[in-house]
Design a binder for this molecule. Structure first.
Ligand SMILES: Nc1ncnc2c1ncn2[C@@H]1O[C@H](COP(=O)(O)OP(=O)(O)O)[C@@H](O)[C@H]1O
Ligand SMILES: [Mg+2]
Length: 381
């Protein structure tokens, strides 16, 4: 491998074109989607955009860094203003699936009375947010609403952990079809197999039984799905198709991947689906990369230094353990370089950025700002 990829020390390479109003942070689970969403959101805000970051499942540390900690009185679903270092300001919002559905029901029901009936319906309360694809639906619906409000220049969406990009992109369509599909409604009314079909697990079933005091649940579920389907259909008719927004030049996607072959392959599968759907890819972030290490000093030098610390008796074993650990870390860094070069080659028009592994993981706005500044360069008009 002769390519010497820019693992560290390169300037920020990702740009979010000025026309983008929605930025999706996508990728396999646990690779840093939420972190990258926050970092990019902060960087875009520092560049003067009015930004909101919509997160799905921030780790506690990250939620605290963003000030989204429920113990600070910030319930999911409420917009929280964040004041970062250097006067940077942006809004953050933790997705609350139920609240998004409630909002849709309130605005798109036939009339006020119908809305109140649905909101009070125990089947709605117990099942809506557990239907297959509900989380993904709510995330895109919330983006759609924020986009329509025009309060923000950029909405950064941290996407839910799905097995592949299609699970996310197609989920809104699925749930609409599901609740609007008479056959699915019929099956829902016939018991367990139907429950599986609409994505409801046994736990939800049981809870709802209890909430309703038993019996009529199965029979009434079909009726509920019909009313809910009408509401979602009305939302789609009046608000417009969110899939269109995602395909338009107003939406871009940034992908995160860990620096492992497995994760990179998963990320590639995500990217290929997105590209095939006619969506735009604004960048790839190879995350948690170990810095490249200089070679170890010669064994004799090392041996003397180690012996001075641990004594001559333990020196040889310690030097060997050091050497093994060190070369493991070097191999990892080299692998990251290979993955970076591979992604650059595979997607020549997409900037590929690298974030170093931080130890401990980022837990403050300052660190997220540093990461964001490392990723994002100003848009060229
Ligand atoms: N560059 C990094 N260095 C160290 N830890 C990181 C880095 N990026 C993310 N993490 C940590 O890795 C974990 C997963 O990151 P997260 O952003 O929550 O991923 P995802 O949203 O894809 O599940 C979190 O604990 C986060 O703090
Ligand atoms: Mg996440």
């Amino acid at each position: 491998m002769v390519l010497r990829p820019r693992v560290t020390g390169s300037g920020p390479v990702i740009q979010i074109p000025a026309q983008r109003r929605v930025l999706l942070c996508m990728g396999p689970g646990g690779v840093g989607k939420t972190t990258v969403a926050a970092a990019l959101g902060l960087a875009a805000a520092r560049q003067g955009r009015r930004v909101i970051v919509l997160t799905i499942d921030p780790s506690r540390r990250l939620a605290q860094a963003l000030g989204l900690d429920p113990r600070q009185g910030h319930a999911p679903g409420t917009i929280v203003p964040v004041h970062g270092p250097g006067g940077v300001e942006l809004d953050c919002l933790m997705l609350d699936t139920q609240r998004v559905f409630d909002e849709i029901v309130r605005v798109y029901s036939r009339d006020e009375a119908a809305a109140q009936r649905m909101l009070a319906n125990p089947i709605y309360r117990a099942t809506a947010q557990h239907l297959g694809g509900a989380l993904e639906y709510a995330a895109t619906a919330r983006v759609h609403m924020l986009h329509a409000e025009r309060r923000y220049d950029l909405i950064v969406l941290d996407t839910p952990p799905t097995a592949n990009a299609l699970d996310f992109i197609d989920a809104p369509q699925h749930i609409t079809e599901l609740v609007s599909n008479p056959a699915a409604r019929f099956l829902a009314g016939t018991g367990r197999i139907g429950m599986k079909l609409i994505g409801l697990g046994g736990g939800v079933l049981l809870k709802t039984f209890e909430a309703m005091g038993g019996g009529s649940f199965i029979a009434e579920l079909g009726g509920f799905l019909k009313d809910f389907g009408n509401v979602l259909g009305e939302f789609r008719r009046r608000a417009g198709d969110v899939a269109e927004l995602l395909r338009s030049a107003e939406t871009g996607a940034v992908f995160a991947t860990a620096a492992t072959d497995f994760s990179a392959r998963e990320a590639e599968a995500f990217i290929d689906v997105i590209v095939e759907r006619g969506m735009r890819v604004d960048g790839i972030v190879v995350n948690r990369v170990l810095p490249r290490l200089p070679p170890l000093p010669a064994a004799s030098v090392l041996h003397a230094a180690v012996a001075a610390q641990v004594g001559e008796g333990a020196a040889e074993a310690t030097v060997q353990a050091l050497g093994a650990g060190y070369s493991g870390a070097r191999r990892q860094a080299e692998r990251a370089g290979r993955i970076l070069a591979h992604l650059q080659q595979r997607y020549p028009s997409v900037p590929v950025a690298v974030l170093e592994r931080r130890d401990p993981p980022p837990a403050s706005l300052e660190e997220l700002v540093q990461m964001g500044d490392h990723l994002l360069s100003p848009p060229s008009v």
